[in-house]
Design a protein around this ligand. Structure first.
Ligand SMILES: NC(=O)C1=CN([C@@H]2O[C@H](COP(=O)(O)OP(=O)(O)OC[C@H]3O[C@@H](n4cnc5c(N)ncnc54)[C@H](OP(=O)(O)O)[C@@H]3O)[C@@H](O)[C@H]2O)C=CC1
Ligand SMILES: O=C(O)[C@@H]1CCC=N1
Length: 265
């Protein structure tokens, strides 16, 4: 695959690092990267597979799969810029842009082009993204390209496009939400006597353990909670206090607020 990424910021860079780190499945012949100020890519610019440019048209010319990772307000300008060099028989366009529908892209590039909308997260740089995928009619045949890339860099789920906004909040913003929970539990650990580095390690590994328990056993979170909450013990006491303070409720309200904000982006 000849892959190009237009917009190599926080997410585009994570995707690039993921692609460069994975050698087995993606088989990336060349990775074209484009941004307006490319100095921040100096550290990967000397890799033989990587080509850096400021010209999006050039990137399109030398790529088969084009990943667009610019901010929502920048998308239309980028599409207008590349529309003359896009060839529906050659190219597949993958957009990871939040809040922009496949139909918004079709309005500029037409519906002959295979268009795939994906929502990965920054854990893609360590091969642990949860990526949701949907495609236009023409893109359904090429969805395997997206699956090959994103399955090699975590897990994928094909979803209806009308769920993409929810997937954005749960999976993409979700990285920030989980980070804050890890940070908060480590702050608690410091208050209870650990040094901050020890506290963070305790929190991270416990978080990984909790997710691994569910992934490996396919059990329900409440089943695992039941195994930890000794009758009259400390866990249920703490858990109930967290719920009295609105833990689940505040998390759900936060998710819904993020979801609604996407309508304004
Ligand atoms: N960050 C995240 O965790 C996630 C982000 N997303 C979505 O991905 C997109 C990118 O987000 P994020 O990486 O955070 O944003 P950033 O602002 O970090 O990255 C945007 C990048 O686009 C580049 N850019 C802007 N205009 C152009 C242009 N005309 N041609 C080429 N490159 C251009 C910018 O670089 P320069 O200024 O140098 O050109 C910058 O590197 C957004 O739509 C976001 O909603 C989706 C899931 C997760
Ligand atoms: O915060 C944002 O708008 C983007 C979309 C999901 C993650 N970052």
């Amino acid at each position: 695959m000849k892959i190009g990424i237009i917009g190599v910021g926080n997410l585009g860079y994570s995707v690039a690092i993921g692609i460069l780190s994975e050698k087995q499945h993606i088989k990336c012949k060349s990775l074209y990267l484009s941004k307006r100020n490319p100095r921040s890519l100096d550290n990967i610019g000397n890799l033989s597979v990587v080509k850096i440019t400021t010209e999006n048209k050039r990137l399109v010319k030398y790529s088969d799969v084009i990943i667009v990772a610019v901010q929502p307000a920048q998308l239309k300008g980028v599409l207008e810029e590349i529309k003359d060099v896009i060839n529906p028989k050659k190219h597949t366009l993958i957009s990871v842009v939040t809040g922009r529908k496949i139909s918004d892209i079709e309005d500029v590039l037409g519906n002959d082009l295979p268009i795939i909308r994906c929502m990965p997260n920054t854990a893609i740089s360590v091969g642990q993204s949860m990526t949701c995928i949907s495609a236009n009619e023409r893109g359904k045949k090429n969805v395997e390209y997206a699956k090959t890339i994103f399955n090699a860099l975590g897990k994928t789920m094909c979803i209806e496009e009308n769920l993409m906004q929810a997937a954005t909040v749960i999976c993409a913003s979700g990285i920030a939400f989980w980070m804050r929970l890890i940070r908060a539990t480590s702050q608690g650990a410091v208050q209870l006597g650990f040094h901050s580095e020890e506290a963070l390690e305790l929190s991270m590994q416990t978080c990984l353990g909790a997710a691994s328990l569910l992934i490996d056993s396919r059990s329900h979170p409440e089943e695992e909670i039941d195994k930890v909450t000794t009758p009259s013990g400390c866990t249920i006491q703490g858990l109930n206090e967290m719920e009295h303070q609105g833990l689940s409720s505040s998390l759900i309200k936060g998710l819904v607020t993020s979801f609604e904000k996407i309508n304004e982006i």
